[in-house]
Design a protein around this ligand. Structure first.
Ligand SMILES: C[S@@+](CC[C@H](N)C(=O)[O-])C[C@H]1O[C@@H](n2cnc3c(N)ncnc32)[C@H](O)[C@@H]1O
Length: 206
């Protein structure tokens, strides 16, 4: 099994008010931007303890929570009864394990910076979506490396909004937009967070 970078953090993960506030703001940005529907089946990529999906759950039918960390998944499973839709928890590394399913949307909060190859991930997301389905992916704007004070497997010091939007279009997404979602407040600085949205085209290829 790969190293669980969140083993030491999982139990106290939700005790950080700035972290919770950030994900609440991301959830609000998703609800303001994406027309969620009661029949939808969504994937939460890097769901962690479920801070994001628990806000989205009352508006959809089912959420598949995918995370590589056993300790984060254990925290989510412990509160599964309080999640307002059907919940499936999958423990796998999406970058290493074949995963072939079809979803109506993919949501994600603060996980992209843990993934080395973002263009490959966006292509994978595109294949996991039905025609017309959406992505709503939140992460840090480019930062100076001071956001993380511990090693949790970080590959990117945030992202340039224009660059990640271009990568999403190159993966096949249409109606790509980048919204301001949140600002994480830390004692040593403020870190803006964006929400990247887009759709898999409904056009039939070729
Ligand atoms: C910073 S946490 C964010 C958790 C949650 N989305 C939130 O906003 O509170 C990043 C999560 O991504 C997960 N993760 C990192 N790389 C992953 C991968 N390759 N496949 C699946 N999950 C991954 C980590 O285990 C961790 O739970």
């Amino acid at each position: 099994m790969s190293h669980d970078f969140f083993a030491e953090k999982a139990a106290s993960y939700e005790q950080n008010p700035q972290r919770v506030d950030n994900v609440v703001a991301i959830g609000n940005a998703i609800k303001a931007t994406i027309p969620l529907q009661s029949g939808m089946q969504l994937l939460d990529f890097g769901a962690g303890t479920g801070l994001l999906l628990q806000q989205i759950a009352p508006w959809v039918a089912k959420i598949t929570a995918l995370d590589v960390s056993p300790s984060m998944n254990a925290q989510l499973r412990a509160k599964a009864a309080d999640i307002g839709c059907e919940l499936e928890v999958l423990e796998l590394d999406l970058t290493q394990t074949p995963f072939q399913r079809q979803f109506d949307g993919i949501i994600s909060s603060m996980t992209l910076h843990h993934i080395a190859d973002i263009p490959a991930l966006l292509l994978q997301f595109h294949q996991l979506l039905r025609p017309g389905a959406f992505i709503a992916l939140a992460d840090l704007d480019t930062e100076d490396g001071s956001f993380h004070t511990e090693d949790t497997g970080v590959f990117h010091c945030g992202f340039d909004r224009a660059e990640i939007a271009t990568q999403a279009r190159a993966a096949g997404f249409v109606e790509v937009q980048v919204h301001a979602a949140s600002v994480v407040q830390k004692p040593h600085g403020q870190y803006p967070v964006f929400l990247l949205t887009g759709r898999r085209s409904t056009a039939v290829p070729g």
